[in-house]
Design a binder for this molecule. Sequence first.
Ligand SMILES: [Zn+2]
Length: 403
Amino acid sequence: MKVIIHRGAKAIGGNCVELTSGESRILLDFGMPIVDEEGESFDSKAATNGKSIEELKNSKLLPEIEGLYKGQEKGIDAVFISHSHQDHYGLLKYIHPQIPVYISRGARELIDVIEVFIGTGFDAKSYRTLKSREPFVTGPFTVTPSLVDHSGFDAFSYLIEAGGKRLFYSGDFRGHGRKSKLLDIMIANPPGNIDCLLMEGSMLGRGKLKYDDEQAVYERIEQILRDSKQVTFLFCSGQNIDRIVSAYKACLRTDSIFVIDLYSAFVLSKLKNVSDHLPQFDWKNIRVKFMRYHADALVRAGLKELLYVFNPRRIDMPEINENKNKIMMLARDNSIFPRLVKNIDDVDGAILIHSMWEGYVSDELKQFCVDNGLLIEQVHTSGHAKIEDLKRFVDAFGDEYQI
Ligand SMILES: [Zn+2]
């Protein structure tokens, strides 16, 4: 087996690994870079807008991989995606349409949701799904996915076997989320006789976490709700399902109402068939705030009937204003937030729980909060493994691997 790491070895994300065995070739992940060649943060929209595949190859955004792209003769047998974060699948729309893409069911649903709301050209419905721990054979490759704990829902690692060699590709993972047991299980019983280990290391070089794990985040959200005399806002990705579950549990414990938006109600409904443990729009203490922007997206995607499905749980401003100290509203977008706040009669002293990477707090958001008396509190834990967990993981594979 021959391994070519096209991208992702010295950067966070943008992963792309090519494996060859005999005449067959497969890819592991095909992600959009997060940083450019100088390590500066990278505007993927501006870099790709209106550009042809040739232009994107010239700018080095697309690696030179013969037989991968639209318009070429197909030369890659399959692409395996670890999870639904852009830095792992974000370049898929450029690949030859006859190359099959394999992914977990949950990750496929989440990419499809992004298509409904933003429409960036991914044909997620055509992706084929794999099940954790069920080996899949394509040509000389046997590929076995395993579910891992990560902020990306339903994320896989992959064990690849071909030509008598074994490669393990961890994908992004951690050991402090709601599925932390998965890392313990992997460490207790790692795939043996690995010839090559490709492991994530996104937290290398970063400092200690303020919140050690998802449990600590959950406990802090619960405490904020318990102390709250105002409406509380939660800034978090609607696709960070671990965090949504933590927030919902905190609401149940404090008998608060978790006000989600149509986007999140849709995300959760799409994942209902993947896990029946995930909160749904009609569960106790959940209500749905309709915003025009999200309703329009569902109508455009031919999903107008969902508005009728969600409607019995709809919550409007008068009810929010009457029950402010019992409400936590999910807010996910800096630009929409002022519109959400506008109709609440008083937000002075309200807490905005910022539950994503703190670099996402824009100057405009900070100013808006100062102007309106809102207090921002950072309550977040990383989606990636801590250094000690990376070490535990590597040690499990045997002495020959050193971090
Ligand atoms: Zn990820």
